[in-house]
Design a protein around this ligand. Sequence first.
Ligand code: ADP
Length: 176
Amino acid sequence: MDVKVNECTLRLVKGDITERKVDAIVNAANNKLLPGGGVCGAIHKAAGEGLAKECARIGFCETGDAVITKGYNLPAKYVIHTVGPVYSGSKRDAFLLSNCYKNSLKLAVKNSLNSIAFPSISTGIFGYPVEKASKVALSTIVDFLKANGKPSLVEMVLFSDSDFEVYRQVLEGLLK
Ligand code: ADP
């Protein structure tokens, strides 16, 4: 599903983010930037050990912040690593999650990247309910594109049919 926002394309995709041929894919990382499970484990596995080495040199990323590395064996040229909040039920969760999307998009623009693909940050091991997280993710992306007019392609890559359906409904509601 594609929608246009300020000349840019916002696309919902059902699939595996490691296969996306974009300038950067976003990793739902942990503070120590270690290869873990979930989407992070899949990205490290597909990228090869060069990625873990570069992450180890960087060493740390604050929750809500983002750092950039090369993509190594991935089809994507770069990986932007951002650390989502572990869901706690407090108001700060949404602030931190929104920062993940905003700071990743800022880093993409700063590095002149035209296309970026996000997974559904924090909604796996970090326990953020997907109905709530999808509203934060999509509204942050739409606001950023309205304000900046770039990057020209932003993908949200959803791993399951049910997540795709939640994101689709929320996006339709947002654009009404
Ligand atoms: P977090 O720790 O931020 O919650 P997870 O990796 O546990 O991160 O999950 C984030 C989301 O990524 C979940 O919706 C999960 O289903 C999804 N996911 C897992 N593997 C992949 C993949 N290869 N491509 C895209 N999304 C994935």
